[in-house]
Design a protein. Sequence first.
Length: 342
Amino acid sequence: MLVFPHSRRSRIALAATVGLAAASALGATAQATTPTAAKAAPKAAAALPSGIAAPYLYLGWGTPPSATSVMSATGIKQFTMAFMLSDGGCNPKWDGSRALTGGTDASTINAIRNAGGDVTVSFGGWSGNKLEEKCTSASALAGAYQKAITAYKLKSIDIDIEASAVENSTVRKRTVDALKIIKTNNSDVKVYITFGTTPTGPDSNGKDLIKKGAAAGLNADGWAVMPFDYDQGAVDMAATTKSAVDGLKNAVASAYGLSSDAAYRKVGFSSMNGITDSAGEKVTLANFKSMVSYATSHHLARVSFWSVNRDRKCGSGTDADACSGISQNNWDFTKALAVYTG
């Protein structure tokens, strides 16, 4: 079985020294930064709803691509910055180790915004200390989310709830209640919730998360599934993505009492470009273009993929989280996503 040590599914939170190496590699991307927070997004980035078409960009390992160079090459305007984690307590840090503000993450966000783009900050991921688990109350968790929202003047956040966090009923409820507080206090901030799925829709944990959201009156802007890592060998990834999102739509429609059309507009997906973590499983460019067409036909709330770092052809000895593992040109998946407007 293929093992991707730094992938979406099994990425390991790295030491601060590695983060510093990545910061050095991003020197060309970084532009003037304030000492405490990133600049507000310019009006040019307001054309699309925040987070609607935002591939993941991860600065915590290896040699991340220059975000502004990717923007110039593809036309993409939004990125999902991953991941905001716990510092061991109820305090947010990038990867749980890099300071919330003042570092390479802030300078990269400034560079993206100066180029006319914007970002969604993603909390969670597969590995590392999760704020959702380390914060012991909904109000404390909301406070941790708020620190990042305030520091970066965010227009959207993504809660990537995976592994032990999504498997725990108490944590699911805490997360939903915290997001209800965020929406109450930040009515203009979009909230996306991302979690795993089966080929036919959310599993019992995902369905319960949605039901808890509906019961709490949480008006999430998008419930998004990750339709990959099925451990079923070679399957049609375009077809299973569509069936997984259809199942998600049904769960959201049932929990919130929405029509099918309205429910589609409240859901989305985050794919994984190229070879995934599961043996035999592969998302081709043709698969992904089909997924984007499907999203367009149903006006989905959010489309993304893991990750821009991987959206390039592999070279000799290149780690699997730095390239897709398939035959492609650099940034093909990002270009395919850049056309999505909902």
